[in-house]
Design a protein around this ligand. Sequence first.
Ligand SMILES: Cc1ncc(COP(=O)(O)O)c(C=O)c1O
Length: 400
Amino acid sequence: MESSDHRPANVLRHPSLPEDAGFETICAHWAEDRGAQRGAAAPPIYQTSTFVYPDAEAFEQRLTPASPNYDYTRVGNPTTAVLEQKLAKLERGSWCRCFASGMGAVSAAINACVKSGSHVVAVAHCYWPTRRYLRDYLSRFGVSTTFVDGCDPADFVAAFRSETELLMLESPTTGHFEVPEIEPIARAAGARGVTVLFDNSWATPYFLRPLELGCDLVVHSASKYIGGHSDLVAGALVGRDDELLARVGPEVELLGATLDPFAAWLLIRGLRTLGVRMEYHQKSALAVARMLEEHRGVECVNHPGLESHPQHAVAARQLEGYSSLFSFRPKEQSREAVHRILNRLRLFSIGVSWGGHESLAIGGTMFNLDPKDPGRIIRLHVGLESTGDLIADLRHALEI
Ligand SMILES: Cc1ncc(COP(=O)(O)O)c(C=O)c1O
């Protein structure tokens, strides 16, 4: 066995990459060492549970600072490490840990920041299972949460208490597409010693880097745009400070929601095209949203990139672009009318999730996007099909 087979993650590095490499270059090359990969253009998949050592002394030494090797894939794996280093670099963080799902990453991040008696402040319309985790699950362990409705930074500040340990932000929210201004809220939290966790699944690091705006942790459902092909479920957590990594470590090791090395490899492949995909998603979704805004069968469109969106000015300042998940409200608002529109769609499939190559639509009673007003909003994910075909599909569906 060659010594390079046990190379630690922190030396797996493309030899000629500058520290300030651009987004696409990081996606293409960061953390990959073609020499160690025997010249392979794609990194190997270390599809193994355990790592073996040549002798007892080497095993004893395996996790010392001088030799930070791998011993068991639940705790670390070289293929996953390539992905983790790329994501940390893209988000401008100092570390990343990947998980078996976005919720694995969300729950690990929250657990790392709270203890019995802690208080959490969270956006009211965050991803529904995140809300349930905070409200129903953690309340069993003495953690309470105040959910803040709307986007006014003053409302977030007013919710802080002396025992507040965590602020959970998500923007835009994926049902209401609200865009609170991150920087003043994160600054106010930081001044009180409150850790700020941000769900960046919608924008991806291509359009938004929350750590640069004062957040401490960024979480992703990598099942969405990062994977990009609707063929895996995964999560990622990126942080900017090693003290937080020390707190996240036990969540990885003890709860064990570990990403499989093959899924890590698929995510490395997904990252190669993240930038070009996001550009296409943005362009196509804006064209679809503008068509809908003009359509006589549509009452309003909730897309932060449209001038009509209530927080468009904040979105335009804060984001470097827009992804392709948004919603619209048809003029005819009965449950039957919404179902009729959905059932007339041919290219948009009816289904949850987003971020893949295929266009998706949900609404009606299938997905509770708006608890106050169920069944009247249709949420669209604009995929990578030809924009004209998607527009034609929606026009056809709306002509009732
Ligand atoms: C905004 C957001 N965050 C987190 C998650 C959870 O991710 P996963 O489904 O990969 O567990 C989702 C899933 O839809 C989501 O929409």
